[in-house]
Write a protein that binds this ligand. Structure first.
Ligand SMILES: CC(C)(COP(=O)(O)OP(=O)(O)OC[C@H]1O[C@@H](n2cnc3c(N)ncnc32)[C@H](O)[C@@H]1OP(=O)(O)O)[C@@H](O)C(=O)NCCC(=O)NCCS
Ligand SMILES: CC(=O)OP(=O)(O)O
Length: 329
């Protein structure tokens, strides 16, 4: 059984509800239909039931999932009031709170906050910034965490990498220019998610254009500082840096450039130094390397609200929904 099938098996047993706010998107409707057929989660799609029913007919799929017209929901006013109370100190008025709650992404995040859904998945139509803002404003960070970031589960074609080809890449979607402490927090959360998702000991590489002093630059200093912070805060994590990508994942190069490193050559978690590197790196691995890229799965939030790339397929939406279920376990 491959990794995704194993996740699906776990998700089936969990019986969780996932809200899919983008009911005007065909891929979302196909994903909801498939999630029900596969029994991996119970989707609640936000939108107008008549329009969605008509669109499902046109697409040749059964509307076998729940549709919620959030604009007519009994709890709409309660959610608008919650948002107003939470954001009034930031200058939001009651009228603005009502307008914002009409946005299905904000309403979906509210359903997760209110435990009407176990998690949400959106971003097929909306940008990451918009999707993440809804989660930041409504769900917020988990206790003890200051940084919301994300990871991609990358399932590569080469079983020599990571765990049978599967690795975690972070952060590829959220924090544009992390400080050393933010970089460390991204690495710690991703290491914990490696344990949760891949069920192996994480080996975390802090990536750079330098390996162990081969170059000197303030950007390299930031990575070294992050390493020291992780070692102090979480001495249990197997981590090393700064490492170039080849030294991190190719055994022979790792041995040459970073002899004695506990990570070099066999990293299963790659931490990129900034969002330029992370976003470009995952998309090249996905498109040139033919890897499956599932996510971005958000981490550091108090409850699971996940994003998608606008370039996603309906299968990616199902897979991200499945990962969202795993997050709740
Ligand atoms: C994530 C992002 C939208 C946050 O932007 P922002 O302008 O800070 O958003 P807001 O001002 O609405 O932030 C809401 C709150 O969350 C906080 N916040 C912002 N980013 C945060 C993060 N990564 N972790 C924790 N809190 C964060 C803000 O400080 C703010 O706090 P406040 O309400 O107490 O003032 C922004 O960093 C971004 O656009 N990132 C890049 C996304 C992207 O385009 N990725 C590439 C494609 S995937
Ligand atoms: C994660 C990501 O890059 O999202 P998008 O492709 O929608 O910008």
């Amino acid at each position: 059984m491959n990794l995704m099938d194993r996740f699906k098996e776990r998700a089936r047993k969990a019986g969780k509800t996932i809200v899919l706010p983008e009911g005007t998107d065909d891929r979302t409707l196909k994903a909801a239909n498939a999630a029900v057929k596969e029994g991996v989660f119970k989707p609640v799609v936000l939108g107008n039931p008549d329009k969605i029913s008509k669109r499902c007919e046109e697409l040749g799929i059964e509307m076998n999932f729940e549709v919620l017209d959030h604009l007519k929901a009994d709890f709409f006013d309660k959610y608008a009031e919650f948002y107003y109370q939470k954001r009034k100190a930031k200058g939001i008025t009651k009228e603005e709170a009502e307008e914002i709650m009409k946005d299905p992404l904000f309403f979906g995040a509210m359903m997760v906050e209110d435990e009407k859904a176990d998690g949400s998945v959106a971003g097929a139509l909306n940008t990451t910034a918009h999707t993440v803002r809804a989660a930041l404003h409504i769900i917020g960070t988990k206790p003890g965490s200051k940084t919301v970031s994300s990871f991609f589960l990358m399932i590569t074609q080469n079983p020599a990498f990571g765990v049978d080809g599967a690795m975690l890449f972070a952060d590829c979607a959220i924090v544009p220019n992390p400080t050393a402490i933010q970089l460390a927090e991204i690495a710690i959360d991703t290491a914990d998610n490696c344990k949760k998702f891949l069920e192996v000991e994480p080996k975390v590489a802090l990536l750079s254009f330098s390996t162990k002093g081969s170059a000197n630059h303030p950007d390299v200093d930031k990575v070294r500082e992050a390493l020291e912070y992780i070692k102090t805060r979480r001495p249990d994590i197997v981590v090393d840096g700064e490492l170039q990508a080849d030294a991190a994942i190719v055994d022979s190069v790792g041995k040459k450039k970073a002899p004695g490193s506990p990570v070099a050559g066999n990293a299963n978690v790659l931490i990129f130094p900034d969002l330029d590197a992370g976003n470009i790196g995952y998309k090249l691995t996905q498109r040139i390397g033919n890897a499956a890229a599932i996510g971005p799965v958000l981490q550091g939030l108090n409850k699971p609200c996940n994003d998608l790339s606008r370039g996603c397929s309906w299968q990616d939406i199902v897979d991200t929904g499945v990962l969202t279920v795993i997050q709740t376990l």
